[in-house]
Design a protein around this ligand. Structure first.
Ligand SMILES: NC(=O)c1ccc[n+]([C@@H]2O[C@H](COP(=O)([O-])OP(=O)(O)OC[C@H]3O[C@@H](n4cnc5c(N)ncnc54)[C@H](O)[C@@H]3O)[C@@H](O)[C@H]2O)c1
Length: 323
């Protein structure tokens, strides 16, 4: 593994995953500049490192940072996590989603290329679309729905980010690595934009019904945020990973219906499970995927790590952080 960088730029550093990453980097003795417009993130997410001598926070959109190229040049590594995230947010405005995910990434990649700074791009398992495969590997074909269904704007904009990043890698020799994140969960994730686990935990703690959208048979794999951060740091520090795409996620699969039952059980809640048809839960244009399971062999091969935190432990730790 290469030497650890000394100064790091993290876009989206006040967000859920970004704030855990920032804590980790500062804890290793690195200094960090965060760029975050606090659209979905919050400065309180960085409370534990507030006032840290090695932390600088620029509260702005990536594209509105006047000195972005200088910030990139002063950094030995960039983690680009800033994005419009969350099913509800995406369903509300495809325009905002596309602008945030595509235009902002373009600006960040241009700055990374101008300075030659290594950049890690956070992509998403959504790019696999509605393919019915049991598990996804990085070379798979992608099956994204049509543009009149606005939920696909997130997948498409992130996929275009991937194309753009790999084009920078090939044509400008920018050291780029792409992490396709599957569902990541843990403390500080908000349920506000439709994320399922914090929603379930909040409801269970109040003994209110846990609302499962659809029939609950759709499955997901939930990865603990510290495992995701570990993978991101290792990928950033792995020279052989440059120019490559990696799945990052857990392979412990559970249906959403069973997840609701597990949360109720672990929290000793008296909540019931309420099934809500998709047509009632979301605006027209929503489609769900039955399964979303990663194959993470490539991650293990390149960086010697796979997420291992059990779902039970994840639910307990996340619940402990939610009032
Ligand atoms: N959480 C997951 O399960 C998951 C799954 C797949 C991919 N991802 C990707 O991981 C990254 C982080 O996601 P998260 O779950 O921490 O979400 P988040 O919403 O908590 O974090 C995104 C952060 O980016 C900031 N932001 C958005 N647009 C910005 C802009 N133009 N300029 C500056 N800051 C901006 C937000 O304020 C927020 O703090 C995203 O790129 C997301 O697409 C997350």
């Amino acid at each position: 593994m290469a030497n650890r960088p000394k100064h790091v730029l993290v876009t989206g550093g006040a967000g859920f995953i970004g704030s855990h990453l920032v804590e980790r980097l500062l804890g290793e003795g690195q200094s960090v500049t965060v760029i975050d417009d606090c659209s979905t993130g919050r400065l309180e997410n960085l409370q534990s490192v507030q006032g840290h001598a090695g932390l600088e926070i620029v509260q702005a959109k990536v594209s509105q940072c006047a000195n972005l190229v200088e910030l990139a040049r002063e950094s030995q590594a960039i983690y680009h996590l800033a994005a419009a995230v969350g099913v509800e947010l995406v369903m509300d405005s495809a325009l905002k989603t596309i602008e945030s995910n595509l235009c902002e990434t373009q600006v960040m990649l241009d700055a990374a290329s101008a300075s030659g700074t290594p950049i890690l791009l956070a992509s998403t398992s959504e790019v696999y679309g509605k393919s019915a495969k049991a598990a996804f590997s990085e070379e798979d074909d992608l099956l994204i729905g049509p543009p009149h269904l606005s939920r696909w704007s997130y997948a498409c904009s992130k996929l275009m980010d991937e194309f753009l990043a790999l084009a920078h890698a090939r044509e400008k020799k920018t050291p780029v690595v792409i992490a396709r994140l599957f569902n990541t969960v843990g403390p500080r994730q908000t349920g506000q934009y439709g994320m399922v686990l914090p929603r379930f935990i909040q409801a269970a703690k109040k003994d209110q019904p846990l609302k499962v959208f659809g029939d609950g048979s759709q499955t997901r794999c939930f990865c603990y945020v510290n495992d995701t951060v570990e993978a991101l740091v290792r990928l950033q520090n792995c020279p052989a990973a440059k120019g490559e795409v990696f799945n990052v996620g857990s392979f412990e699969e559970i249906s959403i219906g069973k997840l609701a039952e597990l949360v109720i059980h672990i929290l000793h809640s008296t909540s019931s499970v309420e099934y809500v048809p998709y047509t009632m839960a979301y605006a027209p244009g929503f489609e769900d995927m039955l399964r979303r399971k990663p194959i993470v062999d490539k991650l293990k091969k390149y960086v010697g790590f796979q997420p291992t935190t059990s779902l039970r432990q994840i639910v307990e730790w996340t619940a402990a952080s939610i009032q």
